[in-house]
Ligand binder design. Sequence first.
Ligand code: GLV
Ligand code: MN
Ligand code: MN
Length: 422
Amino acid sequence: MAHNETGRDPTPGMRFSPVLMARLEALAAFTEVEGQLTRRYLSPAHVAAVGQVEAWMAEAGMSVHTDPLVSAFGRYEGRTPGAPAIMLGSHIDTIVDAGRYDGNLGVLAAIAVVAELSARGERLEHAIEVAAFGEEEGSRFPAHILTSSALIGAAGPALLDIRDADGITVREALTRAGGNPDAYGDCARRKGEIAAYLELHIEQGPILDTQGLALGAVTAINGSVRTMVSVAGFAGHAGTVPMGQRRDALAAASEMILCVERIGASEAHLVATVGRITALPGAQNVIPGRVAFTIDMRGPSDPVRDHAHAALVTALKEIARRRRVEVTIDAYQRNAATALHPLVIDVVAEAITACGQQPLRLPSGAGHDAGIMAGHCPSGMIFLRCKAGISHNPAESITMEDADLGVRVLLEAARRLDRRLG
Ligand code: GLV
Ligand code: MN
Ligand code: MN
């Protein structure tokens, strides 16, 4: 496993990371696209990954079940069978052309924690439940963090009618993937069944790496608003229509996108991104008649973000009016900024210290299942340094040493939470 050609162990003292890193590598092979990691919710690659993750859960001593929305859960009983659980986990769906650590690290590290408890014959007061959420990224359907939302009972039936870019509904995709759309309500857990939620995740930003620290205790998760903008102009001949007479939807969208950038930069800690755009009919010699693009706007303050979003809507309408195109703006998902639980933040910081590291308390710019779970039970996160803060990019990278520390801190935090939750 962790031996090089000389036969010497290249990772002395590392109890967890040789297996963990090998499994992260193996899981990255579950992809929709050869040569890159793309594993969107309910794709055949996702369904196959669920099977692999559940096999690792069972091997670690857990009883396993897949919920109606195809999230995987493993349960390791505490001293008293049926006790409330401390849930550890993250998501196993990915963006298109992903790195291998976003989400997957938190799930496989949680399995490593249970494998260690199981190998020691150690039972806590609480059960440990490991969650491999199916949908966090929003990379297939125009809505995100669906599966943890269903777990806390915050997903309504409209969820089933959302369509992906090929027109396939969540209902149809679930049926093909072996899920059970009509039972989505059964994903919801009773209050008290989960005593706390803790997620280990790469930071996805540069703060830990810049400060030379391996781990951080996350204090809060930024809020977001996701918006779809459609621009309708008039398609025409690229060679004949004089410039002054055009209603070019793509030229209008271009001005709008620069406006998104300007307003995103207008407030400290606010960010705004246009990540996807389509222009139709998409021919070299045709003036584009229809354009659609997404806006992802985030920040730590909901009022500041909402004010900026309202200003953006006004500005986009003004550009549309001046350029004689029609614009429709659909802010289809808002997630409030969320403070994580003080007890869990403290426990994480203490666990980092107990493992010989300096804990930095920091907020998260990225969205996470923990932000949803915080509406249901005391929730927290451990951030792990990633190289140069690079994420949502196949170049995501973590070290063996940090991965090992991540499991040790997750285990330590679970044991401490077990005592502190009473
Ligand atoms: C998830 O990675 C998100 O923050 O968009
Ligand atoms: Mn993630
Ligand atoms: Mn992500």
